[in-house]
Write a protein of this length. Structure first.
Ligand SMILES: *[C@@H]1O[C@H](CO)[C@@H](O)[C@H](O)[C@H]1NC(C)=O
Ligand SMILES: *[C@@H]1O[C@H](CO)[C@@H](O)[C@H](O)[C@H]1NC(C)=O
Length: 429
C-alpha cells in the first residue's frame, strides 16, 4: 500500500524541516488517486551546489522529489513518501494553512540541514576514496613497515595530475576538479594543494575556453581560498583576481559567474589587500554591471551580501575589537569601499531588491539599507517606490509578527524584520 502523509508548507523552510516529525501539522492520508501524477514527475535539473547556497525548490503541478538542503517556498504542498523515504512537493493552495513555524524551528531546521550536508559530503568522500582503494591498501602495507602516508595528499596528487594531463577528457578533468573541491576545504590540504602547484593550475583554468572547466576551477579556487590567508596571498599573486573579474565582466553562463562570484567573495573576505586591488581594478563597476545583464538576478543578493560583509568587516577592524593586527587595520583604512559604493549609486540598486519575495533576501537587503542609510538618506527620501515598498513590508510583517506572537514566540523572526523596516521608515521621516 502506498501510504503517505502530506502537509502544506507554511513559509519558507528547508526540506528537512523537523516538523515533519515533531510538530502538530495536520497530517492527511493521500488517496491512491492522488498519487497518479507521480508518473509525470519532472526531472529536477541539476543545478550546482555552492556551499553557501540555500537551494530553492521550484514546485510545479507535478509531485517532485525535494533534494536534501532545498528550501521549499510558501504554499507548496509537501508530502513524505513512506515507501521511498523521499519528501516530495508540488504547487498547493496557500489558504490551507493550519500551522506556522517559529524562528526556533527555523534554526533547528537549519541545523538539521547542515547535518545532512555533512552526510552528503561524507558520502562524496567515500566515493572518492573508493576510486582510490589501492591507496588504502598501500597505506596498510606502509603502516606495517611503520611508515605513514598521507592519503589526502596522495589523492590530491592523482587528481591534480588527472586534471593537468593532456590525455584526460573534458569530463575527466571536470570530475577531477569536482573531487578536488572536497579536499581543499581543509586548510592543511589547501596548503598542500598550493605547494603541489595545483593552485596555479586552477587559476590558469579560469581562462579556459571550456565553460565547465572555468566553472569548476572557480569552485575549487573558492573552496581553497575560504579562510586561508596563505592561499589568498598566493592566489592574488597568481593573477586570480583579474581572471575572476574578467569572467564576471564578460558574457558567460550563469553557472560560471555564480562560481566566479563565490571565488571572488572568498578572495576578498578578511583580506584588505585584495579589497584594495579589487577597487583599483574596477571590481565594483564589474559587480554593478551584473545588475544590467539579463538573467543574472540570482546573483544580485549575493553581491549585496558580499558588499555588506566587506563594509561591516572594515568597521569592525577600525573599532579594533576583533583582534585585528595594526598593519591590517592600516590596510583596511586604504579600502575606500563606501565612497565608491555611493559614487556608483548603489543606494537605489540595493533598495530595489527589497521588492523580492523571500524573507531571507529581504533580511539581507534590509541590513544593507541600514548600513547605507548614513550615506544614501537624501537619495532614499526622494524615492517614492521605496516608500511604497517599505509601507507594504511593514503591513506584511506586522501581520506575520502578530501571528508569531499569538503562537507564543515573543522574540520572533518576523518581529525582528518588522523592527528593521520600522527603523528605516523612521530614519527617512
Ligand atoms: C602539468 O603538466 C605540465 C606539462 O606536462 C608539467 O610541466 C607541469 O609540471 C604539470 N604541473 C603540475 C602541477 O603537475
Ligand atoms: C590564460 O591566461 C594566461 C595568462 O594570462 C595564459 O598564459 C594562458 O595561456 C591562458 N590560457 C588559455 C587557455 O587561454
Amino acid at each position: 500500500m502506498n501510504s503517505e502523509v502530506s502537509l502544506t508548507a507554511r513559509g519558507f523552510f528547508p526540506a528537512f524541516h523537523p516538523c515533519f516529525f515533531l510538530c502538530e501539522f495536520a497530517l492527511t492520508k493521500i488517496e491512491e488517486s492522488d498519487i497518479k501524477d507521480d508518473s509525470g514527475k519532472e526531472p529536477i535539473t541539476e543545478d550546482d551546489a555552492d556551499p553557501e547556497d540555500l537551494e530553492v525548490f521550484y514546485p510545479t503541478h507535478q509531485w517532485q522529489t525535494i533534494r536534501p538542503g532545498q528550501a521549499v517556498p510558501a504554499g507548496s504542498h509537501v508530502r513524505l513518501n513512506l515507501q521511498t523515504g523521499d519528501r516530495e512537493a508540488k504547487l498547493g493552495k496557500v489558504d490551507v494553512v493550519s500551522n506556522s513555524f517559529t524562528a526556533q524551528e527555523l534554526k533547528k531546521a537549519l541545523a538539521k540541514m547542515k547535518e545532512n550536508e555533512k552526510a552528503e559530503r561524507k558520502a562524496h568522500e567515500e566515493e572518492v576514496r573508493k576510486k582510490f582503494r589501492p591507496i588504502e591498501q598501500l597505506k596498510e602495507e606502509f603502516e606495517k613497515l611503520n611508515m605513514k602516508m598521507e592519503t589526502d595528499y596522495e589523492i590530491m596528487v592523482k587528481l591534480i595530475s588527472k586534471f593537468n594531463s593532456s590525455a584526460s577528457t573534458l569530463d575527466e578533468k571536470v570530475a577531477a576538479l569536482y573531487d578536488l573541491e572536497y579536499y581543499v576545504h581543509q586548510v592543511d590540504n589547501a596548503k598542500d594543494f598550493l605547494s603541489m602547484g595545483g593552485l596555479q593550475l586552477v587559476i590558469d583554468g579560469l581562462n579556459s575556453t571550456e565553460a565547465a572547466l572555468k566553472e569548476h576551477a572557480a569552485f575549487v579556487l573558492g573552496a581553497a581560498l575560504s579562510s586561508n590567508p596563505k592561499v589568498q596571498i598566493e592566489a592574488i599573486e597568481g593573477g586570480a583576481l583579474q581572471k575572476l573579474l574578467v569572467i564576471l565582466a564578460t558574457e558567460q553562463p550563469l553557472a560560471v559567474k555564480k562560481k566566479a562570484l563565490f571565488a571572488l567573495s572568498s578572495m576578498l573576505r578578511h583580506f584588505p589587500y585584495a579589497q584594495q586591488q579589487f577597487l583599483k581594478l574596477g571590481g565594483l563597476q564589474v559587480l554593478r554591471s551584473l545588475f544590467r545583464q539579463k538573467g543574472m538576478e540570482t546573483l544580485h543578493v549575493r553581491v549585496v551580501t558580499l558588499l555588506y560583509d566587506l563594509i561591516v568587516e572594515k568597521v569592525r577592524s577600525q573599532e579594533g575589537g576583533d583582534g585585528t593586527r595594526p598593519e591590517k587595520i592600516q590596510q583596511y583604512r586604504q579600502v575606500k569601499l563606501v565612497p565608491a559604493v555611493v559614487e556608483q549609486d548603489w543606494c537605489v540598486v540595493v533598495s530595489n531588491l527589497l521588492a523580492m519575495p523571500e524573507h531571507d533576501t529581504r533580511e539581507k537587503v534590509l541590513k544593507m539599507v541600514s548600513v547605507l542609510m548614513a550615506f544614501c538618506k537624501e537619495r532614499y527620501r526622494g524615492d517614492q517606490a521605496l516608500s511604497t515598498t517599505l509601507g507594504l513590508l511593514r503591513s506584511e510583517y506586522e501581520e506575520l509578527a502578530a501571528e508569531e506572537q499569538r503562537e507564543g514566540d515573543k522574540e520572533g523572526y518576523f518581529k525582528e524584520l518588522l523592527g528593521s523596516v520600522n527603523t528605516i521608515i523612521q530614519e527617512l521621516r
